[in-house]
Ligand binder design. Sequence first.
Ligand code: HQG
Length: 193
Amino acid sequence: MEPDRLKKSRFLSYVLRHDPDKIGIRLDRGGWVLIEDLVSRSRAAGVSLSEELIREIVRTCDKQRYAISPDGKRIRANQGHSVRVDLGLTAMEPPTVLYHGTATRFLDSILADGLRPGSRIHVHLSADIPTAMKVGSRHGKGVVLAVDSKAMCDQGHEFFVSENGVWLTHHVPQQFLAIVRGEDSGASRAEKE
Ligand code: HQG
C-alpha cells in the first residue's frame, strides 16, 4: 500500500478501534459510525479522508479489517477494539486447535498467567501457524503457541469468530497452551513445555 494510504488506513483503525474521541466521533454500541461523520470529523482534525477513499481502503484491506453496514452508510472495525463495543458475535465451536503468535520476551509471563487480552477486549487467535507467526513477529522475535481450543470449549470457554476470520476468546489459561517448535511450523504438532 502506498505510504499515504497506509497512514490513512492506520488512522482509521486507530479511531475505530481505540480512540474515537480523538476526532470527536462516537461509536454506537456495535462499534459503527456514520461514514459522513467520520469524513467531516477527520477533516476537522486535519486528516483528509473522502468517502471514496474510505470505501477503497475497506475494499482493498488485506486483512479485511473493516466492514460497511448493509445500508452502506456506516463503518466499523471487524475486531481488535480496546474501546468497549458489542460486535454482536455469536459463540461458535472453534477448530480443535487454534494458534496465538507472540514475541519470545512475553513467553514467561504467558506461560505463568495464560493469554490475557491486555488493552483489547479479546485474546486474538489464528486458524493457522503462518498467520500466527506474522502476528507475533509484530512484537519482536516471533513464537507460536498452540491453544487446545477443543478442551477449552469442553470446559465452557466461549469462542467467537470475527467477520474477517480472526478467532476471539476472553482468556486462555496456561494449561491449554503449548509452544509450537520452529521445526513444526507448517505442521500441526505441538509440544508441551
Ligand atoms: C501478549 C492484529 C504477557 C500477546 C493481529 C501479544 C491480531 C501477554 C500482546 C490483533 C500475555 C498484545 C491482535 C501475558 C498476552 N503476559 N504478554 N499474560 N497475554 N500477551 O497487539 O494478539 O493487523 O494487543 O501475546 O493480526 O498481537 O491490527 O495483540 O503479543 O489479530 O488488524 O500481549 O491485531 O490485527 O498485543 O494482535 P496485541 P495481538 P491488525
